[in-house]
Design a protein around this ligand. Sequence first.
Ligand code: NAI
Length: 247
Amino acid sequence: MTLLQNKVAIVTGAARGIGKQIALTLAKEGCAIAFTDLVINEQAEATRQEIEALGVKCCAYASNAADFNETHEVVNRIQEEFGHIDILVNNAGITKDGLMLRMTEQQWDAVINVNLKSAFNFIHAVSPIMMRQRSGSIISMSSVVGLNGNAGQANYAASKAGIIALTKSVAKEMGSRGIRANAIAPGFIITDMTAALSEETLNEFVKMIPMRRGGQPEEVAKVALFLASDLSSYVSGQVIQVNGAMG
Ligand code: NAI
């Protein structure tokens, strides 16, 4: 299929997990991929080769999404290499959970910087390019806890709620320039991030999900494809929940 023929997408934190699946799903539709991760190690290089094997151009960049200057540098390099940037997927994210009374300033700052400031950094860097093109689709990863809150995740929930307000503001500010911005709020998706949870916590989670199972990264990626492509040409400022009716 060719929903994204001749398009270029940046996906942050795409060496593994949901970001990797999003990159693969966009690539299957003919989209060239520039992805970032903290380091381009063997795993990231394997991801790059898997994407390239689909017949599209794919470059991997080591870049800390939480760093404003590094982000601007990497976006400049991608623009030079690919010539245009049509889609931005702000996917990079971390958790550093802890109850409020025990949460350190470092835990708070790290999660806000990697999950929320990173989206500001990338939107700030790509928006002049998208404005000149008069088109672009920006997709940012929120979470079910960004809508509902979660005990032990005040930092993470706040960062993911921030993503929603950032998305809605960007959609309003840049809509007249042909730029759309949307967020995806996944529920419980089975990746390395959730593999860290104990069997007991996992079972507790599944009980709260009306569909009685965790989601697969592919099920989030299909929504990202919808938002990235013209299938969603009049959809902007929205949060799409992908959570098996949880929350
Ligand atoms: P993951 O931990 O498997 O993958 C995250 C990737 O981001 C890793 O490759 C990591 O190296 C990279 N990364 C971390 N910090 C970075 C930084 N500063 N700069 C660049 N890259 C960085 O996580 P997963 O599960 O694939 O999550 C992807 C996104 O989806 C995250 O934003 C997460 O918060 C969100 N999400 C995940 C859910 C889940 O259940 N797995 C639920 C809701 C949201």
